[in-house]
Design a protein around this ligand. Sequence first.
Ligand code: EPS
Length: 390
Amino acid sequence: MRYLTSGESHGPQLTTIIEGLPAGMPLEAEDINENLARRQKGYGRGRRMQIEKDRASIVGGVRHGYTLGSPLGLVVENKDWTHWTKVMGIEPLLEGGEEEVKRKISRPRPGHADLVGGMKYGHRDLRNVLERSSARETTVRVAAGAVAKKLLKLLDIEVVGHVLEIGGIKAEKLHYDSINELREITEESPVRCLDEEAAGKMMNLIDEAKQNGDSIGGVVEVIVEGMPAGVGSYVHYDRKLDAKIAMAVMSINAFKGVEFGLGFEMARKPGSEVHDEIAWSEELGYYRKTNRLGGFEGGMTTGMPIRVKGVMKPIPTLYKPLQSVDIETKEPFKASIERSDSCAVPAASVVAEAVVAWELAAGIVEQFNSDQFEKLRQDINRQRQDSKEY
Ligand code: EPS
């Protein structure tokens, strides 16, 4: 299964084409839209989110509520486009210099793709870089992920992203009875955090950052329950499913690191406190007594819950100016901006959920009989049974 995305932050629309979905899977625009709405929420978002009301149109690959097995086309309009038609017009500018490029950018923002992207593609207007490097693109990644989540859910696999840390404030209360409870609690939290007390402190810190013209980052975690054992493979580097997930999480705008299970903490513990002892029961089949490795051994799912964390740096578009250099004059200046989010970590937990779901769904589709959804379901259930009896 693969997908591509297209679209600029202030262009007319974002587009994705998903190829390789099984035929006969129920799918409606609402499955996607509820996830788009979740990504738009979150304490710390800027004014752009009051303009956008993201909704996906399915423009190919579905008939009467079921996938056809043909490529799925999804489109999300940018409502803000109406304010940007002159700046982001598709047509060539009028000849003879009667029309000039509007809102041209020659001042790269530290921490963004602006400067290096301009050098690389030879753009003298850095808007050509920032329009695509913007995290607006995560909208369609969430749309693609929503389709993957639907496939997983129909196979009894649940995926939930939540926030562990913002600006140095950590969630301490991390207990939940079931993954549904985790989803319900974090869904109600403005910062998607399980710990209500920590959530309050996080919101105060976001307010403070906003007042200071600054931004803050954090840590998100994605938890997955219900994956069968043995998806992915140890036999070759590019078939290791944890490695694919790590790549997907790292590719989210502003993400700088990924951990599974205990993650970097493993460096500080002996092997006896890291590896998960193996047990077997009639009800569960093989299971691990702990889950410190976060659901993977040898690049394959173990059947235990998957736990993957990602760290997001503070958004680099700051009201508080940072030193930079104008590419036209080569003069130093202090970068300042008109509009930004002070914290997008809650939204990023929805994006992380989407990209992890995508890799898992793609891993499943690659491995099992997947032309027809019903056959895929049977194949997975057979695998679950086989693993239990192995
Ligand atoms: C973004 C800057 C802001 C964010 C945007 C990502 O947009 P603008 O420059 O239009 O104010 O709101 O995020 C989204 C539009 C979104 O849907 O997440 C950036 O520079 O990455």
